[in-house]
Design a protein around this ligand. Structure first.
Ligand code: G1P
Length: 295
């Protein structure tokens, strides 16, 4: 049994980079192949043993809430037509009774502010945070990998990956003290540092296991990078006391908060799906050779 039972999913973002698509569809509902982004994060959390799912949401996200609700008319219609495959496709959208709680962030004050909304629901146990924009492909889910490592080391743990120094200003970055296998013990972390002052090139990817003590730091947090209440700052403030580590996960991460990352993820997932891979890969190859000939 896992020792991490609850996970927070910040889903209040407006998704302005994906306008006009996100004018009436929540960003988390944009599909990678045939599953919306949020489904990938939920599946990863389930694989890690998460039983309680907390969405920190905002106005205009109705489709996201409906997605995890029963669709009585649809299900009845599929049943009466004997469409068992289509019915089966709905299975991952089912939530056990009482497993999903949806909170409203109210104000868009940053990731730290979003996570802070979950304090009462989390109580005093360690919990996970998953940012659905970060989609990670691999044979074992990153959160499951982290839960295992966390049971050994405790403290705050963030997923981390090495990035080019020029890229540090797009991420939280760890101040690494030493490494033991995949676990990087860190003195602290800093949000979106300029490359010349970044303490390392170990960037934070959107998976966290946090001790409940982070809520005390979130409670009195002032604005940080970009004028927002940063989760990174709260973790950093608590690192000395609670401990902090980065976990160098196995898997390929796609930044689905950017159009480039989203398109790449779509291609990568299509290419590894048994029913699509051959034809889709042949299509990409033929596009490449057509482009070469045209050049
Ligand atoms: C957030 C975090 C940042 C982290 C990143 C990973 O930033 O604040 O520390 O590295 O997610 O995707 P955002 O991309 O929301 O600006």
């Amino acid at each position: 049994m896992t020792h991490i039972r609850k996970a927070v999913f910040p889903v209040a973002g407006m998704g302005t980079r994906f306008l006009p698509a996100t004018k009436s569809v929540p960003k988390e509902m944009l599909p990678l192949v045939d599953r919306p982004l949020i489904q990938y994060a939920i599946d990863e959390a389930r694989e890690a043993g998460i039983e309680e799912f907390i969405f920190v949401s905002a106005a205009g996200k109705g489709a996201l809430e409906d997605y995890f609700d029963t669709a009585a008319a649809l299900e009845m219609s599929l049943k009466s037509k004997g469409k068992t495959e289509a019915l089966k496709a709905l299975e991952p959208t089912r939530m056990p009774e009482g497993a999903l709680t949806i909170l409203r962030q109210g104000k868009a004050l940053g990731l730290g502010h979003a996570v802070r909304q979950a304090r009462r629901l989390i109580g005093d146990e360690a919990f996970a945070v998953l940012l659905p924009d970060d989609v990670i492909m691999g044979s074992k889910g990153v959160l499951a990998q982290m839960v295992e490592a966390h049971s050994q080391v405790g403290g705050h743990m963030v997923a981390s990956m090495d990035v080019a120094r020029e890229a540090t200003s797009a991420y939280g970055v760890l101040d690494v003290a030493h490494q033991n296998g995949r676990v990087l013990t860190a003195h602290g972390m800093v949000e979106k540092p300029r490359p010349d002052v970044a303490p390392s090139t170990q960037a934070v990817v959107g998976r966290y296991i946090l001790e409940a003590s982070v809520f005390d730091r979130l409670a009195d947090l002032g604005p940080g990078a970009g004028g927002e209440l940063q989760l990174t700052d709260a973790i950093n403030a608590d690192a000395g006391k609670a401990g902090l580590s980065g976990y160098q996960f196995a898997g390929e991460r796609f930044d689905c908060g950017s159009i480039q990352g989203f398109v790449q993820a779509t291609a990568a997932f299509a290419m590894q799906r048994g029913d699509l891979a051959d034809e889709f890969t042949a299509f990409i190859r033929s596009r490449q050779s057509a482009a070469k000939q045209a050049a």
